[in-house]
Structure formats: C-alpha cells, structure tokens
Design a binder for this molecule. Structure first.
Ligand code: CTP
Length: 402
C-alpha cells in the first residue's frame, strides 16, 4: 500500500544483474506503483527494453529523443514527475558519474535533474566494490542525500564470492516501502540553517574570513531533511558539495547572510544558525587593489549586524531558534549569556579547548544548553552524529503551535 500511486523512475545500468529488474517492476506494479524505466545504452545488452516496457506498461527511454519520431525526452520533466528515482543496478561507472556530475546519457541527465529522494542499489564485482575510489564515490553520494540500498553478499557473476550482488527485488521493494511508510517527525515543517564562514571584502582581491568549513551546518541541514523538514540552507563560501533536495542559498558577506536569513525566517519553524559570521567588516571596500606602501597598515572596521540576535528579537512562539557559541574560556558562562542575550531556545557550545572540536575537523564535541541553563555534554563524535544529537533535541521540542 505504501507505494500505491507513487511515480517511480528506475534507471537501469549495464550489469548482468539487470535481469532482476524485470521482477522488481512486476512487484512494484503489483504494489500499484507507477513505473517508468530509463536505460543506459549498455543496459540494453543485458535485458531488452521490450521486456521492461511491457512489464512497466510504459515506453522505455534510452536516449534524449525518440528514434522514430525525433520527439525530445525531457529529462527535467521526467525527474520532476518522479516521487522516487531508483538507480538499479548501479554500476561502478554510473556511481562514479553520479558522484562527479558527468552527464553523457539521458539516465545521468535525469539523475542530475532530480528533486525527489534518489536511491541507488549497487551491483558489481567484489574488488570493484571494495576499491577505495568506489567507496569514496558512494560516500560522496551520501553527502548529496542519495540513499544506498546495500548490496548483498553471495556468489557473483565472476565466480567470486563476496559483497557486490544487487539486492534481491523483494528486498528493494521492502526498502522503498519502508521509506514511504516511515513517519518523519519534521514533515510539513520548514527549517532554516546557516553554515560556513562569511568573507568580508577589503578590496577586489582580498577579504577577511575564518576557518569555518561549513561541515557542521551542512550535516545539520542534511539531518533535518532526513527527518522530513523542508530545508533552506544559507551557506557562506565553502568547498562542500551542495546537498540535493533542499534549497541552497549561497552568500558571501555577513550582510548578504543577514538578508537571506531574514527572507526565510518568518516561514521557518526551526532555525539553526551555525555559520561563523564575521563580527567586523571593513568600513570601506577599496575599489582598486590596495598597493603595498607603508610598513604598517590598518583597516578601519565596523561591527556587522548580529544575525542571530536580530532573528531572536522577532522570534515567535511557534519558532525554535538554536545558535552556536565558540568559546575559548569561561565557556558555559559565555554561552549561557549568549543564549539569553540573543533570545534562543538552545545554544550549542563548542569549546576550542576540546581536541577534535571546532573548525574544519570531521568531528565535534558539544554541550547543549537550554533556556533553564541546564546543559548536557556529548562525547567527541562525527559531525553527522553531533547533528543527530542536535536534531533529536529539536524533535523533542517542536513548537506545539505547529
Ligand atoms: N552570529 C550571528 N551574526 C553575527 C555573529 C554571530 O548570527 N554577526 C551567530 C553565529 O551564527 C552563532 C552565534 O551567533 O550561532 C554565536 O557566535 P559567536 O562567534 O560564538 O559569538 P558572538 O556573538 O560573535 O560573540 P563573541 O565573538 O564575542 O564570542
């Protein structure tokens, strides 16, 4: 029942396991899903488009246009109409293309146009599966929000025995149905997250910035998304790939970040400001590159607007506002003071005293403090797990008015 009426696009790649897709389509049709199949050219060597079009009751699309009529297969439309896109079997080659944004066939164009959850079910030989480049591509897909349906262990087409077998059609069906069934606690709520540093221009080639990587904020945005929220991520300059299925608003300066956060604030129920916003910005930005002259040189700075405090001042009862505090001394006291001053519901304290915490690391160690001044210190963990801790507190405190 969970999949009834869902539009599922199956993207079939060139693997011997493609034969299993025929059975998967039958199961999906039985579950009353609507199935559309896209195949790579290579996949057609393993199973015929006729088989899959007959079972899916829809024409199978392979190329950008229909060979007979010349009609264009609009990849954006196909992606927009899909409730789920499932890449199965996902070969090492297609996984690498997905991780790196290559677009050399219709299947990849549809993937890159996706706005819905994307699942991929890998199938490949044991050593290809284990190869560090495959594993790093798979990890990269995770950061885009793509969901892996893990391969199974067993006998492979090569005769080797190990991990790499495409999950069985029944297992893929169960995976999709569980996903559709799962009640997500933040469904229907809008969330706003700020992340990364800001860059304050000095002249056309220089700026004042900081070492924030954006990893913590991106992990929070991803976790809120997974819990069902409709997320807008306002991001300062970072090297991180933009996650899929959320609106990413890139900004550069503190002033731009303020503008973007104010724009999305009113509609948001959950607001997490994790950006490392510059506290000061040059009073004047030189229009030409500043030349080297004197031995000493100073730049006059003015305070930026405190975004968090601005939002805190207009926070409504049905909004949950969470800020961060990065401290080197008197940590708890300073963080509690910020929580009160900026009218927050929670503040997440990062201490620079803690090894493995703070900027640019993959781990973090935080203490979360509430309005009553109660605090809980968590162990050092990956930023993804810290994001889970923060979001589980958010779930427990979703404003009741919503
Ligand atoms: N913050 C903000 N706008 C600013 C400065 C900070 O929104 N102009 C937010 C950050 O996103 C973070 C919180 O305020 O959630 C605390 O940032 P932090 O740098 O620890 O504190 P500051 O308020 O800047 O105070 P100080 O630098 O004096 O510790």
């Amino acid at each position: 029942m969970a999949l009834a009426g869902k539009n599922i696009v199956i993207a079939v790649c060139g693997s011997i396991a493609a034969y299993k897709i025929a059975n998967l389509i039958r199961l999906l049709i039985k579950a009353d899903a609507r199935v559309k199949v896209i195949m790579s050219e290579e996949a057609t060597a393993f199973i015929t488009p006729l088989t899959l079009s007959t079972l899916s009751k829809n024409p199978v699309l392979i190329d950008y246009y229909q060979p007979n009529t010349g009609e264009w297969n609009n990849h954006v439309q196909i992606a927009l109409e899909a409730d789920y896109i499932l890449v199965a079997p996902a070969t090492a080659n297609t996984i690498a293309k997905m991780a790196n944004g290559l677009c050399d066939n219709l299947l990849m164009a549809v993937y890159l146009s996706a706005k819905c959850p994307v699942f991929f079910a890998p199938a490949m030989d044991l050593d290809m599966w284990k190869h560090p480049s495959t594993q790093s591509n798979i990890a990269k897909l995770g950061t885009y929000g793509n969901i892996i349906i893990p391969p199974e262990k067993g006998e492979l087409a090569s005769g080797l025995i190990g991990e790499g077998r495409l999950a069985e059609p029944e297992e893929i069906l169960r995976f999709l149905a569980d996903f559709a069934n799962e009640k997500r606690p933040l469904s229907g709520l809008k969330a706003l997250v700020s992340a990364g540093p800001t860059h304050e221009a000095i002249d056309p080639v220089r700026f004042i910035g900081n070492h924030s990587s954006g990893k913590m904020g991106f992990a929070i945005a991803q976790q809120l998304k997974e819990l069902g929220a409709d997320v807008t991520l306002v991001s300062g300059p970072t090297a991180l790939p933009h996650p899929q299925q959320m609106a990413v608003v890139p900004v550069t300066s503190a002033a731009e970040m303020l503008g973007a956060c104010e724009k999305y604030f009113d509609d948001a129920s959950i607001i997490v400001m994790s950006a490392a916003v510059a506290d000061y910005t040059p009073i004047e930005v030189a229009s030409q590159k500043i030349k080297k002259k004197e031995n000493e040189f100073s730049i006059a700075l003015k305070k930026t607007t405190d975004i968090l405090a601005t939002l805190g001042a207009k926070k409504k009862k049905n909004q949950l506002l969470i800020g961060f505090a990065l401290e080197t001394n008197n940590e708890l006291e300073n963080a509690k003071d910020k929580l009160v001053r900026k009218n927050l519901d929670f503040i997440v304290l990062n201490s620079m005293q803690d090894q493995g915490a703070g900027f640019a690391t993959d781990t973090n160690k935080v203490t979360i403090i509430n309005r009553l001044g109660e605090n809980k210190t968590f162990a050092l963990k990956s930023k993804k797990d810290v994001a889970k801790d923060i979001c589980s507190i958010i779930v427990q405190h979703i404003p009741l008015e919503n």
